[in-house]
Design a protein around this ligand. Structure first.
Ligand code: CAA
Length: 394
């Protein structure tokens, strides 16, 4: 039996959010465009003293309270919103979490797909050497120009997954379906801290990649729609996944209907509705949401997961839920985290947004405390980012 896969999954998002009603009022839009049209109620907003490193370290923290940090053999860090052209964000996380020097660290990039590339690489590392304990982290801050159509689909968050040969949460099956095409649907040149996007085109390319990745999966594995209990999708906004599943059912020769959509993917959308886009982490926010909010016991059931990264790569893969998965989830602390976030006024959101840009362009800056997370970005001194552990006595 394949037992390689996700042993633990932990997520973290910023402790601040913007309500889409307030966003709609400020931008002169009908709130229903966001609640219904995009499937979003809120979006997490990053405070100035957090970045992809602190999001990642805060996400991984619960796993390393349960497992010896010195037992981690590799950190695979996936992100679209890198903070350095050279040093891996994973190296900062390695230091903050007190991991062993006998550990490898690397950062991976392909827009929102890199988290899945990291997960598959980690699983293969474990298949080759069963003693590997790989920490896969997907961490991102989704940022678009103020006033652009993309602004409503921002958000931030990180998901940390421990990948070992004891897949308590999800055993990864071998054999996946994938698709790559060189397109310009969403990109971010080095001189920008916000993404450029051809929005409508990006949604079409997403669906094209889905179709090909699905067909490649079912042909190579001899699977069909009925072999799946639930589906999770990359979540730039919830409605994208709903459209994707409708398209997939059509390709499978079935008629999409609301009951089926709610049954097979509704629970996977719940966390994203309030967090917003977290790029490489969003599929795994969806998986965590599914496992922690679906009212049925999904033990031993097959989940289909579609990962999409603009540019573009799509991969459809599958996993079998662990028989005792519910006792290994961090469900209560995730619910507390989401419920305890502070609502921002629109003007404070703008202030955080602008400060993010200032921090990105600074070589010397001290940052006051905003976050309630354990790890924070405290300063940049002489071009070097300084992080603080708020639980470590100074
Ligand atoms: N009540 C209900 N629904 C309403 C409404 C109202 N009052 N007003 C509008 N809507 C609906 C529209 O009909 C539309 O639904 P359909 O797509 O089903 O027709 C939906 O709300 C959105 O409205 P618009 O198309 O008018 O919205 P927009 O032009 O402002 O932009 C967007 C939408 C293109 C997705 C834009 O938000 C965007 O560019 N987002 C960033 C790009 C993105 O997320 N792409 C996804 C694929 S790429 C990817 O997945 C990678 C990644 O993470 C970025």
């Amino acid at each position: 039996m394949n037992t390689v896969g996700i042993q633990r999954i932990s997520l973290y998002t910023a402790p601040y959010y913007l309500d889409m009603d307030d966003f709609a009022a400020a931008r002169g839009e009908d709130p229903e465009k966001f609640h219904v049209g995009l499937g979003q109620d809120d979006m997490s907003v990053l405070p100035p003293d957090e970045d992809i490193v602190t999001l990642a370290a805060n996400a991984a923290d619960p796993i390393l309270r349960e497992f010896d940090p010195k037992s981690i053999t590799a950190v695979l860090f996936a992100t679209e919103s890198g903070i350095d052209q050279s040093k891996s964000a994973g190296a900062f996380v390695h230091g903050l979490l007190g991991l062993s020097n006998r550990c490898r660290v690397v950062e991976l990039k392909h827009a929102c797909y890199a988290g899945t590339a990291a997960l598959q690489m980690a699983a293969n590392m474990v298949r080759v050497n069963a003693s590997e304990k790989v920490l896969v982290i997907a961490s991102d801050v989704a940022r678009y120009e103020l006033g652009s159509p993309g602004e409503a689909t921002q958000g931030c968050g990180a998901v940390a997954m421990l990948v070992t040969n004891q897949a308590d949460i999800l055993a990864l099956e071998t054999g996946t379906g994938y698709y790559t095409e060189d397109v310009m649907d969403f990109w971010r040149p080095n001189y920008r801290d916000t993404a450029l996007v051809d929005g409508k085109y990006s949604t079409m390319v997403y669906l094209t990649a889905l179709k090909h990745a699905w067909q490649s999966l079912i042909e190579s594995r001899n699977l069909n729609y009925q072999d799946f209990a639930r589906f999770c999708y990359h979540l730039p906004f919830g409605k994208m996944a709903v459209k994707a599943h409708g398209r997939l059912m059509k390709i499978a020769g079935l008629e999409a209907n609301d009951d089926e959509l709610t049954h097979v993917m509704g629970a996977s959308l719940i966390y994203n509705r309030t967090v917003g886009n977290s790029y490489s982490a969003s599929l795994y926010f969806g998986l965590t949401s599914l496992l922690e909010t679906d009212t049925n016991n999904l033990a031993n059931q097959r989940i289909g997961l579609f990962s999409y990264g603009s540019g573009c790569v799509g991969e459809f893969f599958t996993g079998i839920v662990g028989k005792d998965y519910q006792s290994h989830l961090y469900q209560a602390s995730h619910h507390r985290l989401l419920a305890s976030r502070e609502k921002l006024s629109f003007s404070r959101y703008l202030s955080f947004y602008k400060q993010f840009g200032e921090v990105e362009r600074s070589d010397n800056i001290e940052l006051p405390v905003y976050t309630k997370g354990r790890f924070r970005l405290s300063a940049i001194r002489a071009h070097k980012r300084q992080y603080a552990d708020q639980q470590r006595p100074r």
